[in-house]
Design a protein around this ligand. Structure first.
Ligand code: ADP
Ligand code: MG
Length: 775
């Protein structure tokens, strides 16, 4: 890769010290004079008091290094301001002026208080409007210096007048010479609680002035040279306070060499941690299952209820090769909804069971665990394997009995929810753990548990049992991974993770760089694609007519409501109540002659089972449900799904829901009920659903629409340690970083370099990428 020439880093101009700054500087501690390193606590930085320190800490910013890693999300050219006279409608501008007038004109029900602001420069006055602007009351004083940034439009109410609606603004200090605010390209930060963009800028400016000049660069010198990356310190200085003359578009696209270096760095260390973990996993003693035996081939043939697709065969071959190796398998099985992952997992289980080992299958929900149990029992009946389930509905005595038989080795396949991790279930000879995941985050969580060696810590060990809870980091040394005791030899079971949600390739690289990935990329034969339509609420009567006709023709249907499950908020209670009320209304007034069932997450698990079973047997015609049916529920005779308030669901969720139909030979129809007028994003989401049923395409669109942060939820994104890097925008750098990291990790000649690198990494880096324990 060729990076553009590295422009010189401009010295940051010293500002004249205003008198109050000097006074402050003389008081108690002279914060500014301290020599700061990236390990210095933010609380000791100039401009950070206890309140701001607390706000920063809440955002995960504890040290000067953390703060330096908090980059501006946008830059403004405040050297060349546009004048009011130059503004034309449609353009985006940054202008500087003084406040001429400000105040609330009226309240509207829809848009709250309408706040007006007039800003004057030497050429004219610009009108600005803020909707929901009550919070601005008292913010502006006449004569204050202000910088505005926003898009100019024609005021629809006043002919020919140009205005800015909801512009971003910054009130400038009284010090005319403050070079952090104007006269340069100015960094704009996302405010952190009480700490505004302007404050962050000042704090970082002061920090950079007083930073120890020669911190070690975490990236190997060889890489800096190969890609002509600037040193870390220079890159940070550049990214926070770019020199004049750098094109604004380059900065705002994060394409400057400084940005590229910082992005590369994040990817590199993340990938390095994956590479090292992968190596570590491969050093664990695993089980070498026998695969190439006629007995096993026959067993596989016996259980298969249908001819596997080519994709299923290929994926099974990949899994079988892993099973055969004396190294623990860590494989992710990806495939769209309904692509037939379950049977592949059960084939893997067959190989393991035929070798005399046990298998654990974990599902994200009770409903799904029971479904898996029922279908596994049906399929394994022919092979005579003993299949059991641990579910909430089970009586304590029955549960104890199952646990006993698992421990003695009688039970060959145990199905349960992820609570299997928490329950004290001991296995005699656990050879394979299959994890079926509902959400992307789940996969990530699980991956991290596997990484930490915590997956089976406790519950699946034969030794003394410990409680572990999902989502909480399990502080355990890495060598205590999924080990079980067989004939005095410690071995680690193979792990197969299935995701129900397709993940675009770039992201699966980022996320699962330490797992092998198998993809089932085609659907089983004989599926008729689901016909998806978007209908507005006014047409519901017609939709219900359609449902009646379908039921009359012997079909079944789902009606889905958006309910916030797993939450105790008032909003969640209200949404659930709305779904229950709708169910009662549909039964009483719309479908009095049909049998309706209700399914939601707050029901007892035996009630849920009862309803599902009735639906499966065809005794319930229409299942009114929340998203609890999102995953795994398999009733081929259900061919219609109506999703109410479809605009409230995410793309991935809509796709998962729709995957419940189109499972039989009959044509299926999915009707999305949503207003015809939606936000651009909402519009795109529903149009995507209507246009395609390819899960990977939908995932890609989802990612485009929401960006990686939202795609995984902000927390999840943060959990990857990626602050600057964006796996979608920076695909190219990700691939390079991955190559370099894996090369460094696998080259025996670079063992020394690797040790030096890891040894010299500052604690904050080790904390961020959890590289501390490897080496
Ligand atoms: P998912 O990948 O969503 O878990 P499933 O494993 O539940 O998909 O499979 C969906 C449906 O397709 C099931 O009813 C299953 O029995 C059926 N199926 C899977 N593979 C095949 C195949 N090769 N031929 C015919 N039907 C299949
Ligand atoms: Mg499945």
């Amino acid at each position: 890769m060729q990076l553009a020439g590295w422009p010189h880093v401009a010295p940051i101009r010293k500002s004249a010290q205003p008198p109050d700054e000097i006074l402050k500087a003389c008081s108690v501690i002279n914060k500014a004079a301290m020599n700061l390193t990236s390990a210095s606590e933010v609380a000791y930085l100039k401009g950070v008091g206890p309140q701001r320190a607390a706000a920063l800490a809440a955002r995960g910013i504890h040290t000067a290094g953390d703060l330096l890693g908090y980059l501006p999300f946008r830059y403004e050219d405040r050297i060349h301001f546009t004048t009011v006279k130059e503004i034309v409608p449609g353009g985006t501008y940054t202008i500087q002026g003084t406040v001429a007038d400000a105040g609330i004109s009226r309240f509207t029900r829809r848009r709250g208080a309408l706040y007006h602001l007039f800003v004057r420069d030497s050429t004219g006055t610009l009108a600005c409007k803020f909707f929901h602007g009550a919070y601005l009351h008292g913010r502006f004083r006449e004569g204050q210096r202000i910088v505005l940034h926003g898009k100019a439009d024609l005021d629809p109410q006043r002919n020919g007048r140009i205005e800015m609606v909801n512009p971003q603004f910054e009130l400038l200090g009284t010090d005319a010479a403050d070079s952090t605010e104007v006269g340069r390209i100015v960094p704009i930060y996302e405010a952190i609680g009480v700490v505004s963009s302007r404050m962050i800028r000042k704090i970082i400016y002061a920090l950079l002035e007083n930073l120890d000049p020669s911190p070690a660069d975490p990236l190997p010198a060889e890489l800096l040279e190969r890609y002509a990356f600037p040193a870390r310190r220079d890159a940070l200085r550049f990214a926070h306070f770019p020199p004049p003359g750098v094109p604004l578009e380059t900065l705002n696209a994060f394409r400057s060499p400084a940005h590229q270096r910082l992005i590369f760095e994040e990817f590199f260390f993340y990938q390095l941690s994956l590479a090292l973990r992968r190596q570590q996993a491969e050093r664990q003693p695993g089980i070498a299952f026998r695969v190439r035996e006629p007995r096993i081939r026959e067993a596989l043939k016996r259980i298969l209820p249908f001819k596997p697709t080519d994709a299923q065969k290929r994926v099974l071959a990949e899994i079988a090769a892993d099973l055969e190796r004396p190294v623990p398998m860590n494989r992710l099985l990806e495939g769209d909804v309904g692509s037939g992952k379950t049977i592949v997992a059960l084939e893997a289980a067959t190989i393991v069971i035929e070798n005399g080992w046990q298998v654990a299958l974990m599902a994200p929900t009770e409903i799904l665990a029971v479904q898996h149990f029922l279908s596994a029992r049906r399929i394994f009946e022919r092979a005579g394997y003993v299949v059991e389930v641990i579910a909430g509905g089970l009586k304590a005595a029955a549960k104890r009995d199952v646990a006993e038989r698992v421990k003695s080795g009688q039970v060959q396949l145990l199905v349960g929810t992820h609570a299997l991790l928490e329950d004290p279930i001991a296995f005699a000879k656990l050879g394979l753990v299959i994890v079926d995941e509902q959400h992307r985050f789940g996969v990530l969580q699980r991956k991290r548990l596997i990484d930490k060696g915590g997956l089976e810590t406790g519950p699946l060990e034969t030794g003394p049992l410990e409680k572990s809870s999902i989502g909480q980091p399990i502080e355990k040394p890495a060598d205590k991974s999924i080990e079980i005791n067989t004939n005095g030899k410690r071995t680690t079971p193979d792990v197969l993770v299935m995701t129900a949600t397709p993940i675009p390739r770039t992201l699966s690289l980022t996320l699962y760089g330490d797992l092998d990935v198998s993809v089932i990329d085609s659907l089983p034969p004989g599926r008729t694609p689901v016909d998806t339509r978007w209908s507005s609420p006014e047409h519901l009567a017609g939709v219900w007519d359609f449902l009646r006709r379908q039921v009359a023709a012997g079909r079944q249907a789902y009606v889905v409501y958006p309910v916030i499950e797993q939450s105790k908020t008032a909003e969640a209670r209200l949404s659930l109540k709305a779904a229950i009320v709708e169910y009662e209304r549909l039964q009483k007034s719309v479908f009095p002659n049909l049998r309706l069932g209700l399914l939601h997450g707050r029901m007892r698990s035996d009630e849920k089972d009862r309803v599902m079973e009735a639906f499966r047997r065809g005794e319930v015609h229409i299942l009114v449900s929340t998203t609890v049916i999102e995953v795994g529920v398999d009733v081929p005779n259900a061919t219609v799904m109506v999703i109410e308030h479809a605009e409230r669901f995410g793309l991935a969720q809509l796709h998962q829901l729709r995957g419940r139909i189109g499972r039989g030979a009959e044509k299926s129809t999915c009707i999305l009920i949503a207003p015809k007028r939606l936000s651009d994003e909402g519009q795109q989401r529903l149009e995507t659903m209507v246009a395609t049923s390819d899960g990977f395409a939908i995932a890609e669109m989802d990612l485009q629409l929401r960006g990686p942060g939202e795609f995984f939820g902000t927390r999840q994104h943060g959990a990857l340690g990626l602050e600057v890097a964006n796996p979608v925008r920076d695909r190219e750098l990700l691939e390079i970083a991955r190559r370099e990291a894996f090369a460094l990790a696998s080259n025996p000649e670079s063992a020394g370099a690797r040790r030096r690198l890891l040894g010299s990494l500052a604690p904050e880096w080790q904390r961020r990428y959890q590289l501390a324990s490897v080496g």
